[in-house]
Design a protein around this ligand. Structure first.
Ligand code: SAM
Length: 250
């Protein structure tokens, strides 16, 4: 990402501001994107986690760490830069999971080749330097280890909005500024915050350059069953909002 000057402290402050609303929503289980759409492909891509040592990059309040622990992972380390998120995660710690306030772009506090699996659940879009995270995860994974990444779909992180009719009907999702790779400002839960947009090619090349093999790409869409439970997911039948990359360290 040439030419981007961002201040990691400011980025972190945005998450500190968002944390109370984020934690409340996660604890109430009211996020259709995660429960309804992303959890299943993420868990399927992780496969059988029994007995595995897992790293969760940008773990938030620890929701996915707890899911992995419940699925039999031996040890899950959740890393997040936002203290309120880690405090909230530690409140629900069950024994197999552990948490650390740290930057996932520099994990020199972790020994090389000590994890079987790493996940990144909607975190790389928050990182000014996603290549640094790829490099670090590659280093701490054992050979044969997988890195499963859920991210905003590059077609949606480019602009995000809908072109609507005068009556407010959603006509088309807009795609613009796709090749302009830099930060985007959004409103989420009443807080203005920053994400980073990169093209699909930039992401895939970054993974390959770090040494990973790309095993699969999943573009989750809603099933009829999911739609019955979460009618809000209807847009997912029209445009891909999210993407899951399945990477493997040879
Ligand atoms: C969209 S939330 C996802 C949280 C969690 N993975 C989930 O699915 O509920 C992104 C998280 O990444 C964290 N984060 C952002 N930049 C980070 C960085 N450089 N290092 C570690 N964590 C970071 C934020 O504090 C936030 O908790």
């Amino acid at each position: 990402m040439k030419g981007i000057i961002v201040n990691q402290d400011n980025l972190n402050q945005e998450w500190v501001d968002l944390a109370p609303a984020w934690i409340k929503e996660a604890r109430q289980g009211e996020n259709p994107n995660r429960e309804g759409l992303l959890d299943n492909p993420m868990l399927e891509a992780c496969g059988n986690v029994e007995g595995l040592r897992v790293l969760d990059c940008g773990c938030g309040e620890g929701r996915f760490c707890r899911l992995l622990t419940n699925q039999g992972a031996e040890y899950v380390l959740g890393v997040d830069l936002c203290k309120p998120m880690i405090d909230a995660a530690e409140e629900m710690q069950s024994g197999g999971d552990e948490y650390r306030i740290a930057d996932v772009q520099n994990m020199n506090y972790l020994e090389s080749q000590t994890f079987d699996l790493a996940v990144s659940y909607l975190n790389q879009c928050d990182l000014p330097d996603f290549n640094a995270n790829n490099k670090e995860v590659f280093r701490v994974l054992k050979p044969g280890g997988k890195f499963i990444i859920a991210n905003l779909h590059p077609m949606r992180s480019a602009t995000g909005g809908w072109h609507r009719s005068d009556e407010g009907e959603k006509l088309h999702a807009m795609l613009d500024r796709y090749f302009e790779e830099n930060e985007r400002r959004w409103m989420m839960m009443g807080v203005e915050f920053t994400n980073f947009h990169r093209s699909l090619a930039t992401y895939v090349r970054g993974f390959l350059k770090a040494g990973f093999c790309l095993d699969d790409i999943i573009e989750p869409t809603a099933t009829q069953e999911q739609l019955k439970r979460y009618p809000q997911l209807e847009d997912e039948l029209r445009v891909p909002n999210f993407i899951v990359y399945v990477l493997k360290k040879p």
